[in-house]
Design a protein around this ligand. Structure first.
Ligand code: HEC
Length: 310
C-alpha cells in the first residue's frame, strides 16, 4: 500500500515535471501547462506526505504490538498509561487543542510514573514518552521540503545544481572579463596608444595589413604605386606608434589614404599600427624610395608629442 502510494507520488511528480519542461521549452513563460506542472508536483508531494503518515501509523501499531508481546512473555504488567489514548479535552478551544496535539503532546516529568517501562539498568529507567510533536513536525516538514528540493534542483525542476551554478558563474565571469578587456582595448586612441609586441597581436595586425592595406603599401610594406613605403625610417606624417595610429585613424583623404576608423575598431588599428612599427629595418625587396622626413623618436622614446605632427 505504502509502496503503491509512493510510486503514485513519484509518477505524479514526474508527469508534472515533464509537462513543466515541455511548457518551458515551448513558451519559456508561465503558461497553463507550467502551472499544471506545479499543481501536479505539489499533489505528488502531498501524496508522499500521506504515505509517510501511514508509515508512521503502521510503525506505531507494530511497536505497541511488540510491547504487548514482550510484556506477556516476561509476565510484566504494562504501564497504566499504555491503554490510555491521550484524550484531547473537549473543553479547550481550537487553538489550545492544536497546541496540545501538535506542539506539547508529552507526559510531563511529574507524571513519569505513568509511562515508566519496567526496565531498569543500573538504576536508569526507560520512559515511554512521546517525541515532542514540534520536533516530529519539524522532521516531517524537512522531509517534505527535501522532496521539493530534490525535484527543483535534481530531478529536472528549474534550479541549478551546485556544479551547474558554478559553471554558469564562471562563464558569466569570463564574459565580463572579455567585455572589460574589449572595452579597454577599444578605449585606445592616438593619445594613449602603445606599440604591441605580442606575437599574436602582431600577426593579427599583419592579417589586417595584408587584407586592407597591402594593395597600396605592398605585401611587405615596401610601398607600391599609390602608397608610400612603411618599412623605412622616412615618414610623411610622423613615425612612432602615436603618429602612425593617428594617420590610420583619420587618413589623408586628399592624398588617397582613407580614414579607417569606420572600418577598424581601435584595437584593430592598434594592432595594424604595431605591425607597421615592427616593419622598421626589415628592408623588403623592391622598396619604394623614401618619402618625407627621417623620423627620430624625440628624446625619451615615449614622448612623441615633441615631434611636430602635420
Ligand atoms: C587606396 C590606397 C591605400 C590603402 C588601401 C591604404 N593606404 Fe595608407 N596611404 C596611402 C597613401 C596614398 C598614403 C600617403 C598619403 C600622403 O601622401 O600624405 C598613405 C599613407 C599611409 C601612412 C603614413 C605613411 C607616412 O609616411 O607617414 C600610413 C601609416 C598608412 N598609410 C597606413 C595604412 C594602413 C594601416 C592601411 C590599411 C588599414 C592603409 N594605409 C591602406 C594609400 C593607401
Amino acid at each position: 500500500m505504502i509502496i503503491l502510494l509512493a510510486l503514485v507520488a513519484i509518477q505524479t511528480m514526474a508527469i508534472g515535471q515533464a509537462a513543466d519542461a515541455k511548457a518551458a521549452a515551448a513558451t519559456g513563460g508561465w503558461e497553463f501547462p507550467k502551472i499544471m506542472g506545479w499543481v501536479l508536483g505539489i499533489t505528488g508531494a502531498a501524496i508522499a506526505l500521506i504515505a509517510m503518515g501511514f508509515m508512521l501509523k503502521v510503525n506505531q501499531i507494530l511497536y505497541r504490538k511488540l510491547l504487548v508481546l514482550e510484556s506477556e512473555k516476561r509476565g510484566l504488567p504494562l504501564p497504566e498509561s499504555f491503554n490510555v489514548v491521550p484524550e484531547v479535552e473537549t473543553g479547550d478551544d481550537f487553538w489550545t487543542r492544536m497546541r496540545k496535539k501538535y506542539w506539547e503532546d508529552a507526559v510531563p516529568v511529574e507524571r513519569e510514573g505513568e509511562i515508566m517501562l519496567n526496565h531498569a539498568y543500573d538504576g536508569i529507567h526507560e520512559l515511554d514518552n512521546s517525541l515532542p510533536p514540534w520536533w516530529v513536525n519539524l522532521f516531517i516538514a524537512c522531509i517534505v521540503w527535501s522532496v521539493g528540493y530534490m525535484w527543483f534542483y535534481h530531478w529536472g525542476g528549474g534550479g541549478l545544481s551546485s556544479g551547474e551554478a558554478y559553471k554558469e558563474e564562471v562563464a558569466t565571469a569570463k564574459k565580463e572579463i572579455a567585455m572589460a578587456l574589449a572595452g579597454k582595448a577599444n578605449a585606445v586612441d592616438e593619445a594613449n596608444v602603445v606599440a604591441l609586441t605580442e606575437k599574436s597581436d602582431l600577426s593579427e595586425g599583419e592579417l589586417i595589413f595584408k587584407g586592407s592595406c597591402a594593395t597600396c603599401h605592398g605585401q611587405l610594406g615596401e610601398g607600391a604605386a599609390v602608397g608610400p613605403n612603411l618599412s623605412d625610417e622616412h615618414w610623411l606624417h610622423g613615425g612612432g606608434i602615436k603618429n602612425v595610429f593617428k594617420t590610420i585613424k583619420y587618413g589623408v583623404p586628399e592624398k588617397g589614404m582613407i580614414s579607417w576608423q569606420s572600418q577598424l575598431n581601435p584595437a584593430a588599428m592598434q594592432k595594424v599600427a604595431s605591425y607597421i612599427i615592427s616593419l622598421k629595418g626589415t628592408n623588403p625587396p623592391n622598396a619604394k624610395a623614401p618619402q618625407g622626413e627621417i623620423w627620430v623618436e624625440a628624446g625619451a622614446a615615449a614622448d612623441t608629442t615633441a615631434t611636430k605632427v602635420n
